[in-house]
Structures are given as C-alpha cells and as structure tokens.
Design a binder for this molecule. Structure first.
Ligand SMILES: [Zn+2]
Length: 298
C-alpha cells in the first residue's frame, strides 16, 4: 500500500494554529506502528503550470509559482505566505494529484496531507493557497480518465473554494457537511450542503452521513471519490466545534471507505484541517484515517 508524502509539506509556520508538521507526525506514527514501511512512501512531483491553471486563474498560478505574494494575500490566507509555505502548498497539490492517480490505478490513493478546500480559483484563504482537490479532479477529467467525480468533504468547515470552482460543473458532485456557525462566514453552494449545529456530536453526525452518502453515490455514480477527512470535527478541536469523539470519527471514516469499496469506486484520501488543543490528538486522528483506509484495502 503506497502513501504519498513529501518532507516539503512541513512548511515553517511557527506559532500558527495550523501546524504543517502534523502530516509528518502522522506518517511517523504509521511507520512506527508498521502500518506502512518507508518503501511505501511515494514522493509527489510539483504540479505543472498547466495542471494548476485547470482550477486556478493564470494570475494566481503565476504568483504561486513565482512565490510573489502581497501582504493582502497573506492577510486573506490568515498566515504569512513565506517561500516555505508556498512550496508546501504546491507540493500538497502534487501529492493529491498523485493520490488520485493511484486511486484510479489501485482503487485507493492516500495523500498524507492535502485538503486545501478554501482555496478559490483566483485567491487563497483560510490557510489554503491552491485547491489540491480541484486541481487533481480537473486533471483526471481533462485527461478523460474519469467522467464523474464525487468530493466528500467532511472537514468541519465548508469546502467553499471547491464548491465555487465546480459550481455548474455537472461532472463533479461536491458534498460538504460542516459546522454552520464557523468560518467561512459566507458559504458557497455545494451540490449538497449539510450544515450542522455547533456541538452536534457523533449520533446526529453519523446518522446524517449515513442517510446522505449512499444516496449520492447511487444516484451520481462517481468514477472517483475524493475524501477530505478533516480532523477538526473532533471534540477537542480549537476551531471545528462539532464535538465528535475519536471513536465517532473512526466510524465516519470506515463508513466512507466501505461505501466506496462496496460500489468499487476508487477513493483518494486527503487529510485537511485539524487543530486539536492537544497536538497529538490531531496526529492520531489523521493516522487513524489512513490506517482505516489501508486496512480496508488489504
Ligand atoms: Zn477545517
């Protein structure tokens, strides 16, 4: 079982609520627990300009590739966009492309990173610069390798950038379940949004997911599912506010994987947000997701 990761994901972003080192920490945990071995790690290539322009404007791509950002760009992204940060976002996009390709080849592709669902075509926001999910899906559509893709966005925040990029594109179904009361203040329109009350907890969350996802999959019949498995739905998260338990999140993940598997829909997994007050909790949740994905595929 392959797992996509680059050490360049670990941007220098000291003191920020988003800790880019969580991805490396999750991978280390999985290596220590022998879920993966070092030989399983696939290093992604950075995406090409043409790949990025499938989902982003030429101007925004130019600035990302030249590492030329304004203070306003950093303010909107809510982080200082250093060269290291911009490079990390490029590599994460390359990683999600690779994971989506692996999904089509083997049934499952894992990016130990990714999930920058707040990046819009022409700007970054909410700790996201480039929409890795949109770039990967657009690339496979363009290459004719798939006709329909489903994006299952279970991060605690709405996948606003993804929804905006695919608005009106009938080849892509965007599904987002998220806390209605947190960022982004202005929600975009996904193919299906399920807004949740703060503190909704395991029971309500899992019931809504179990009702919605099978219907979507049966009606839309995707040829690829990209699963954004945000860890910020966790009850110990500083931002997400949905209050799921670690056990509840495990159930969420295994439900998504089993629904994909029983329909033989290839799944690409990206990790997304995770801001637990106790850092090791975020790492554990991300590792659990990848472990469950791998276990189901073996
Ligand atoms: Zn989030």
């Amino acid at each position: 079982m392959k797992i996509v990761f680059s050490p360049k994901y670990t941007a220098k972003l000291r003191g920020h609520v988003f800790r880019p080192d969580k991805f490396a920490a999750a991978l280390d945990l999985l290596l220590a627990e022998k879920v993966f071995s070092r030989e399983d790690i696939v290093r992604p290539a950075p995406p090409s300009r043409a790949d990025l322009e499938l989902a982003h404007t030429r101007g925004w791509v130019r600035r990302n590739l030249a590492f030329k950002f304004t203070p306003a760009d950093s303010a909107r992204a809510e982080m200082k966009i250093s060269r290291s940060v911009a490079l990390a976002h490029l590599m994460n996009a390359g990683g999600t492309i690779k994971a989506a390709e692996l999904a089509l080849e083997t049934g499952l592709g894992l990016n130990c990173g990714g999930g920058s669902h707040h990046a819009f075509a022409g700007h970054g926001e909410g700790f996201c610069l480039l929409n890795d999910i949109a770039v990967a899906v657009k690339k496979l559509l363009k290459a004719g390798r798939i006709c329909r893709a489903l994006i299952i966005d279970l991060d605690a925040h709405q996948g606003n950038g993804t929804a905006a990029i695919f608005r009106g594109d009938r080849r892509v179904f965007t599904f987002s379940m998220h806390n209605a009361e947190i960022y982004p203040e202005k929600k975009e329109k996904s193919s299906l949004d399920i807004p949740l009350r703060p503190g909704c907890g395991d029971t309500v969350y899992l019931a809504l997911l179990k009702k919605a996802l099978p219907r979507i999959m049966d009606r839309f019949r995707p040829e690829l599912a990209v699963y954004a498995a945000g860890a910020d739905v966790y009850r110990g998260d500083a931002l997400g506010g949905l209050k799921l338990s670690i056990g509840g999140i495990k159930k969420r993940d295994s439900f998504v994987f089993s629904e994909c598997r029983r329909r033989a829909v290839p799944a690409a997994v990206v990790l997304g947000g995770g801001y637990a007050k106790k850092f090791p909790d975020t790492v554990r949740i991300h590792a659990n997701t990848l472990r469950a994905a791998a276990a189901g595929a073996r």
